[in-house]
Design a protein around this ligand. Structure first.
Ligand code: AMP
Length: 192
């Protein structure tokens, strides 16, 4: 099984690239942000709870997020692997993922981090907000909060996998095709 964590700040292109990578490598894409938006769209209790955090640019509590992720993985036992997008976002989530995959005799293959400078992230997110209908992409103060939360709570996840020699960095600037090529080179190295 190939289990990739596609990592990077909001607006770094994880979702765009994950959609292309699933076709190339026949993996299943799990975006916790998409799962939350689906629940919010259906106004479920989980969606209502998530919305109170997402609307402020804060993280949904680990207990809720980890449970939702496990359900999604368990519901798809026959896929050849996963691309995790937007998960794990805390070290606690990373430890839970490792333990969960370990219980299935599986493991994370690699974490691949897309690097994009802050000014570009903010302009990409504001641009996306014009058409995505996402309230958290339309307000600059919420975007800045998301970037702050990324720096304080999520970047330690990179260090966590880097210490295990499992983290790789990819330049996230350039065209979608250029970034995709860079990602494929790294995946072809790590997923042997
Ligand atoms: P995203 O689509 O990945 O940018 O996620 C949108 C929002 O959903 C984030 O700003 C968080 O509020 C929430 N979210 C998504 N994934 C997670 C996660 N792994 N842990 C906590 N909150 C999350």
């Amino acid at each position: 099984m190939i289990n990739l964590i596609l990592f990077g700040p909001p607006g770094s292109g994880k979702g765009t690239q994950a959609s292309k990578l699933v076709e190339q490598y026949n993996l299943m894409h799990i975006s916790t942000g998409d799962l939350f938006r689906y629940e919010m769209g259906n106004d479920t209790p989980l969606g209502k709870e998530a919305k109170s955090y997402i609307s402020k640019g804060e993280l949904v509590p680990d207990s809720v997020t980890i449970g939702m992720l496990k359900n999604k993985v368990n519901a798809n036992p026959d896929v050849p692997g996963f691309i995790f997008d937007g998960f794990p976002r805390t070290v606690n989530q990373a430890e839970a993922l490792d333990e969960f995959l370990g219980s299935k005799n599986e493991k994370v293959t690699a974490l691949i981090s897309l690097g994009v400078k802050d000014e570009e992230l903010i302009s990409r997110l504001l641009e996306r907000g014009k058409t995505s209908g996402r309230a958290d992409d339309s307000d600059e103060s919420i975007i800045k909060n998301r970037l702050e939360v990324y720096k304080s709570e999520t970047t330690p996840v990179f260090d966590y996998y880097n210490e295990k020699m499992m983290a790789r960095k990819v330049d996230g600037h350039g065209t979608i095709a250029q970034i995709f090529t860079r990602l494929c080179h790294v995946i072809d190295e790590v997923a042997v």
